[in-house]
Write a protein of this length. Structure first.
Length: 404
């Protein structure tokens, strides 16, 4: 039998109503609150990151290959489909290679006029992220015979031009001579990111080829979708050395640097905040164990008098602290995960889309992070308990038994 654990269990069951009892409850609450806040904070942080990334990926894959050109216009010079990376098997980490092209246009309705950029895509283009942003209608319907006249516009453009799904709108394409097409509004999307919603319209790449008199071998550029976004730098280096010399490569993290820098800064702020929470929780546990030792000085004196070692007595309070920590962590996980589940399924907390790019607080489930948070809290708290436990060796049996 482990004597230290046995004594720790016995004194834990004593209902004294003393000051120690109140302090232990505070310690449990502080650990529970700390764990719950950390779980919720990381779930929301990862949710924001994931949501914003997906919105950015709606209009551009992880890597983009285009003609090397000093011209910063939206259209750019065309390139051949053969870029040097023509198969997903050429480089590990590549999931999909897809072509695109852009063309500036003016949309004219009966009452309004608005300049936009038509982004042409093909049938095999990955529209997973865009479907998540689709509010009404459907994506572009591609045909096997001719270029589709379907387009997807943003909610912002639809409101400005007073257009709805199923309406027709005339697109005037800026070229010499100018050309016009009567387009069908197939769907309306909303990302909440003004730099996309105010400008881009999605359509058929074959329409842009037709307008520019391009053969089937030419495209505006090539996008590369990766299997793992975290490997973007490594895959980008491999792509750069294999692609044709007259092309340029751009990472989505460089193209939208401000947004990714903002997300990185947000992550740093959250980490600092959580470090302070862990510090407060461990400090409360240290204070609690100190108080428990002071209240049990008589018991410590008696145990020393009958031959108990300092190590055995330290373990009594160590096990007591461990019990309190585990109880606090259990409640913290229940509260934190419970709140995340409520927000995830019922979306209780709304947001202003104009300021936060989404209409509700996002939640991302990452149980790996939850496990790490629990392990860090447990380890740091147990290490902190060693500080007051070391006080046991300084207590003299004779003085301790007389202590009142």
């Amino acid at each position: 039998m482990n004597i230290s654990k046995y004594i720790s269990d016995k004194i834990s069951k004593v209902k004294t109503g003393s000051f120690t009892s109140s302090v232990t409850k505070i310690a449990i609450i502080s650990i529970a609150a700390g764990i719950a806040i950390m779980i919720v904070s990381f779930a929301i942080l990862e949710g924001f990151r994931s949501e914003i990334r997906e919105k950015i990926f709606s209009f551009g894959a992880h890597l983009q290959i285009s003609k090397y050109d000093t011209n910063n216009s939206y259209e750019g010079a065309p390139i051949s489909r053969s870029t040097g990376i023509n198969s997903t098997e050429d480089i590990p980490g590549i999931q999909q290679i897809q072509a695109y092209a852009r063309k500036t246009a003016i949309i004219k309705t009966e009452d309004e006029v608005l300049g936009v950029v038509l982004k042409g895509i093909e049938k095999d283009y990955d529209l997973t992220s865009m479907r998540n942003n689709l509010e009404e209608g459907h994506t572009v319907t591609f045909t096997d015979t001719a270029a589709s006249l379907d387009v997807m516009i943003s909610r912002s453009i639809a409101n400005k031009l007073k257009l709805n799904v199923g309406d027709k709108a005339t697109f005037y394409f800026i070229q010499s001579p100018p050309r016009a097409r009567r387009m069908n509004i197939a769907g309306i999307y909303n990302t909440g990111l003004e730099e996309f919603d105010e400008i881009f319209v999605l359509g058929d790449l074959r329409l842009i080829r037709e307008l520019n008199n391009w053969p089937d071998t030419l495209v505006g550029g090539v996008e590369i979708v990766l299997k793992n976004f975290e490997e973007i730098d490594a895959v980008a280096d491999q792509v750069f050395y294999q692609m044709n010399y007259d092309l340029q490569l751009e990472k989505i993290t460089d193209r939208h640097q401000q947004l990714f820098d903002w997300m990185q800064l947000l992550g740093k702020n959250v980490v600092i905040f959580l470090v302070l929470i862990v510090f407060v929780a461990t400090f409360n546990m240290v204070s609690t164990v100190f108080i428990m030792i002071i209240e049990r000085i008589n018991m410590i004196g008696v145990l020393k008098a009958i031959g108990a070692t300092d190590a055995q007595i330290r373990k009594i309070f160590y096990f007591r602290g461990l019990r309190l920590t585990l109880k606090g962590m259990l409640w913290g996980n229940i509260i934190g995960l419970g709140f995340c589940a409520l927000q995830y399924y019922f979306q209780l907390i709304p947001l202003d889309p104009e300021n936060y790019y989404m209409d509700t607080v996002p939640i991302s489930w990452n149980f790996g992070i939850v496990i790490v948070l629990n392990v860090i809290t447990l380890v740091l708290t147990m290490l902190a308990i060693l500080i007051p436990a070391a006080m046991v060796s300084r207590i003299k049996p004779v003085k301790a038994i007389k202590f009142d």
